[in-house]
Design a protein around this ligand. Structure first.
Ligand SMILES: [Zn+2]
Length: 341
């Protein structure tokens, strides 16, 4: 991951804030406990005094005193703990409260970056990349299977839109559940408004929940970033983002074909798809294009990579955006009628 220094520092500052917050919580909890159990404070004071004595004896090599002090300290500590519990506090109430227990909000485990660092870095890059916020209601719980008609049939396969979507949802679930263990790629194609973007967002959300790095791009945004990097080598922001395009765990390219396509873009697209396949990084592509136009617009090479390494999912049905609008209008007219009656 190629964070520039200012980005790295921004991530580290977030960790500092988290640790300060954790410290403040710990202090206020301690005060709360001492107020409720006055003996707790005096026990704690005795422990502090004894600990100093213990340290001194240890330095002097006074082993007999050391072992008796050790015993005394442990008795005091366990009575402190009993006091805490009998006053109704949870036993770990005075332990530090970290957002990430693995790295104790330092961002590092030993010399290695923690998994949460990666996530924080992605969030930062994502925010800095000017990408549209993902619609917050897009998740599988809100997915409306009833928008896919059981009587709308695919001319070629004779399958209904509902049956196709049921299978697609199963494939998406499998993709999410095995992410990180099995290498898969998805290619959604079909008419405008059949829910391809919505599905991609639902998947992106769940993969991010699993702490994998996800980058979401509309095709024009993606190619702009790649072009920016190719033409202005000094543009560090796009260079960082471009590196990420190649090595994030999941890249989503939405609405392929909506960009202005030319030979440069076709070759960038091939590089992107190919590099990610070589490094076994998953990609989801959605498009309104047919498979035939895909081959025409983005070269045979890209086409063959996609058909051989992606699960091709054709989605059929009516335009959901229109269905939603109609539904909204019906709701509204009901509301008016109710008010009038
Ligand atoms: Zn961590």
């Amino acid at each position: 991951m190629g964070l520039k220094i200012s980005q790295y520092n921004a991530v580290m500052r977030e960790y500092e804030k988290k640790r300060l917050k954790s410290h403040d919580i710990q202090v206020s909890r301690y005060e709360e406990v001492c107020k409720k159990i006055p003996e707790f404070k005096s026990l704690d004071d005795s422990i502090s005094i004894l600990s100093v004595q213990y340290g001194r004896r240890l330095l002097n090599g006074d082993e007999r005193a050391v072992s008796s002090l050790k015993e005394e300290l442990s008795i005091l500590r366990s009575s402190k703990q009993s006091l805490l519990i009998s006053a109704g506090f949870p036993e770990d109430y005075l332990e530090p409260v970290y957002e990430c227990k693995d790295c104790k909000d330092t961002g590092y485990i030993g010399n290695e970056k923690c998994h949460c660092f990666k996530r924080a870095a992605i969030r930062l890059l994502y925010e800095q990349s000017n990408m549209t916020e993902l619609p917050s209601d897009a998740d599988f719980e809100n997915f409306r299977l009833d928008f896919y008609s059981g009587t709308y049939y695919d001319k070629k396969t004779g399958r209904s839109a509902r049956a196709v979507m049921e299978d697609t949802l199963k494939t998406c679930r499998q993709f999410i559940d095995t992410f990180g263990e099995e290498f898969r790629n998805l290619f959604f194609f079909g008419n405008v408004g059949v829910g391809k973007t919505y599905l991609s967002i639902c998947i992106a959300r769940e993969i991010m929940e699993k702490e994998f790095s996800v980058l979401y791009f509309s095709a024009p945004q993606l190619f702009n970033t790649l072009a920016q990097t190719a033409f202005d080598k000094k543009d560090i922001d796009s260079r960082n983002l471009s590196e990420f395009i190649f090595d994030c765990d999941l890249l989503i390219i939405d609405d392929l074909g909506s960009e202005y396509t030319n030979a440069f873009i076709a070759s960038q697209f091939f590089t992107c798809v190919n590099e990610r396949l070589i490094h076994r990084k998953s990609t989801i592509i959605s498009t309104n294009l047919s498979l035939e136009s895909l081959a025409d617009l983005y070269t045979e090479r890209s086409f063959s990579r996609i058909t051989s390494s992606y699960t091709l999912l054709k989605i059929i049905g009516d335009d959901i955006r229109i269905k939603k609008k109609l539904e909204h209008r019906e709701d509204h007219s009901c509301y008016v009628e109710q008010n009038e009656s």
